[in-house]
Design a protein around this ligand. Structure first.
Ligand SMILES: [Zn+2]
Ligand SMILES: [Zn+2]
Length: 110
């Protein structure tokens, strides 16, 4: 499936809006048709390499949309569900255990 993505290609350079091809969802993934999204501070610090992340990277981890497909292992979510997206959290670090998953120390690897 062809989609449009905001790609960070190099440190401190403007994002490149490109058409890319995505695979079918993996067993633990869902495919969402976004109706709203944005690029936030976290994306900006990834682009600028304050938060070291291999580039190129597709940025934009927040949004709202409608589920189109679900992977074979996904439960509790079905196509047609309206969802909001954010980053993952590990569920095990001090912030997660204190009830603050928005401050997860390991959200990149969760
Ligand atoms: Zn964000
Ligand atoms: Zn955590």
């Amino acid at each position: 499936m062809k989609v449009k993505a905001a790609i960070a290609t190099a440190k401190e350079q403007p994002l490149s809006i490109e058409n890319v091809e995505i695979d079918e969802p993996c067993p633990d993934e869902v495919q969402v048709r976004l109706v709203a999204t944005g690029v936030c501070h976290t994306d900006a610090i990834v682009r600028d390499q304050w938060y070291l992340t291999p580039l190129p990277a597709v940025l934009g981890h927040e949004g709202a949309g409608i589920v189109e497909k679900v992977g074979s292992a996904v439960t509790g979510i079905t196509p047609g569900d309206r969802v909001v997206l954010s980053f993952a959290n590990c569920g095990a670090c001090a912030s997660c255990n204190a009830g603050h998953p928005g401050y997860c120390a390991d959200f990149v690897h969760a």
